[in-house]
Design a protein around this ligand. Structure first.
Ligand SMILES: Cc1ncc(COP(=O)(O)O)c(C=O)c1O
Length: 504
């Protein structure tokens, strides 16, 4: 039903629409004002006339007008009726009638956002559940979901008003400090721990709080794209430092930028090459950091999974001069959507860092923190890690066997000592092309070149995640990868289509 009210007001009301009649009148009058149909100072029909014209009861039209008065669109003059507010500007912004105008041109993003948006994508991912051989995803098919849900409901049931107010969850920091001491060979007090929304948030936070725009930072080359992005976001001048079998080449770093303010490293399991930083290099890095008064940002993302032997102690545990800032995440040991990680900061800077951080965000949701704290304190975390170590050994072996069977001769997987992914060298076929072919066949295999920040590279390899792949699915994944290699050898390859691929 469409109805025309007195004067220039053109209001359509429909008793069968989802909205109440009162709201339809409110929106009708508001639209007439904002689109310039009726001008500031123009007289409006009274609520009685409006009600009669539109066939609604008087209270309905009265309440609609009262709402418009309260919001300042219209005003009453005693004794003479209701008018469009006279102080509204003549050139009111045109409101959206239906959909946003596609022709609107906004000014460009900030230089910082533009630099971030121009970065290479972190990965080419297919939609849906993890596929063979997705990098960075743990065994999310084996999560203790029932237990997690039990702990969550227990926490929710026992939560009082304090748990719903602004505040933190100190027991998580206590539990993490205890875990670091027993499992990662480093000591820190719970006060030194800052809870963040995953390692990415910690990287961003530390880059922003420790660096000024233009400050120099060493970045592993190849290295973790997320860390590079955080440094770009902070406006750092990034100096790529090569990685060899012993990890970051400290001497090369010193030659290239002796006075850098920060070095980003993954000593326990270099991302993506998988090497472990040698003791000599660890000592050299600490020595340089101390002499240069620089920070070392240690990203210990998947160190808990060493295949065959005990995990190695972290760099933070060797640092007597408090130069190392340690970054931990539960994305690999539990699951990435948990979005919980932590940063271990020097005690003397803790209060200033926490105060500065408050301007950016407070902390991740406390309910998740409380559940995780219980998970750690009650021994479930240790049990889960033990179980996962066996699972990952099995998955790694299944992938190696499948690679040998289907891709033997072309794909040479480098020894895997630790972590959740492998690096494989390719002979006689371009890795980027293989990666593109793989994604059209429902398989993910990241080209090693994706992780180089300083331009074209001669590295011709693939990074293959085995952690999310059930042993029984490895053969199928490798068969598809073998077909992708064959296709890449014989065709020109084509870029993956945007519809199928999520750039993560
Ligand atoms: C080197 C490295 N650091 C950190 C992370 C974890 O990131 P987040 O904790 O933000 O999920 C990843 C994940 O892929 C990674 O590869």
């Amino acid at each position: 039903m469409g109805m025309r009210a007195t004067g220039d007001l053109l209001i359509h009301i429909d008793p069968n629409a989802g909205d109440t009649l009162q709201r339809q009148i409110y929106y009708g009058v508001r639209r007439a004002i904002l689109t310039g149909l009726i001008k500031p100072g123009a007289r409006l029909p009274s609520s009685r006339v409006l009600a009669a014209d539109l066939g609604v009861c008087r209270t309905t039209s009265l309440l609609a007008l009262e709402q418009l008065i309260a919001e300042g669109y219209i005003a009453t003059r005693p004794g003479s009726g209701t008018y469009v507010a006279p102080d509204l500007p003549d050139d009111l912004p045109r409101i959206r009638q239906a959909r946003p105008r596609l022709t609107t041109r906004h000014p460009p993003l900030s230089a910082r956002a533009s630099a971030l948006a121009d970065l290479k994508p972190r990965a080419w991912r297919l939609h849906g559940p993890p596929r063979p051989f997705r990098v960075g995803t743990p065994a999310v098919d084996l999560l203790p979901v029932a237990l997690w849900s039990q702990l969550t409901s227990r926490r929710l049931r026992s939560a009082g008003p304090a748990q719903f107010d602004y505040g933190e969850w100190p027991p998580l920091r206590e539990a993490i400090a205890a875990h670091l001491q027993s499992a990662r060979g480093t000591q820190c007090s719970a006060d030194q721990i800052v809870i963040v929304a995953g390692a990415q948030s910690g990287l961003d936070l530390m880059a922003r709080l420790l660096l000024d725009p233009g400050d120099t930072a060493w970045m592993e080359e190849p290295g973790y794209t997320g860390a590079r992005a955080a440094l770009v976001g902070a406006g750092a001048r990034i100096v790529p430092v090569p990685v060899d079998v012993d990890g970051l080449d400290v001497e090369a770093g010193v030659r290239r930028a002796r006075h850098a303010r920060l070095a980003y490293v993954t000593p326990s399991h270099q991302f993506p090459l998988g090497v472990v930083m040698s003791l000599a290099r660890r000592l050299a890095l600490l020595k340089w950091a101390n002499a240069a008064e620089a920070w070392v940002l240690e990203d210990d993302y998947d160190s808990e999974f060493r295949h065959g032997t005990r995990p190695l102690a972290c760099l933070h545990g060797m640092d007597v001069d408090a130069r190392v800032i340690y970054l931990g995440t539960f994305s690999k040991t539990l699951f990435p959507t948990l979005r919980l990680g932590f940063v271990v900061v020097p005690l003397d800077l803790r209060d200033r860092l926490v105060a500065a951080r408050r301007a950016l965000d407070f902390q991740p949701p406390v309910l998740n923190q409380a559940v995780l704290a219980d998970f750690l304190a009650e021994g479930h975390y240790e049990r889960h890690l033990r179980r996962m170590r066996a699972v990952y050994r099995e998955r790694l072996e299944a992938m190696m066997a499948a690679a040998e069977r289907f891709c033997g001769g072309v794909l040479r997987i480098r020894p895997v000592l630790t972590g959740l992914h492998a690096v494989a060298d390719l002979d006689g076929v371009d890795a980027e092309r293989v990666s593109q072919e793989a994604i059209t066949r429902g398989t993910e295999a990241m080209p090693l070149s994706l992780y180089f920040g300083s331009g074209p590279t001669s590295a011709n390899g693939l990074v293959l995640g085995f952690a999310p792949v059930r042993p029984e699915d490895s053969a199928d994944g490798m068969r598809r990868l073998a077909a992708s290699i064959e296709a890449a050898q014989s065709s020109r390859g084509h870029a993956p289509t945007a519809e199928r691929v999520v750039r993560a």
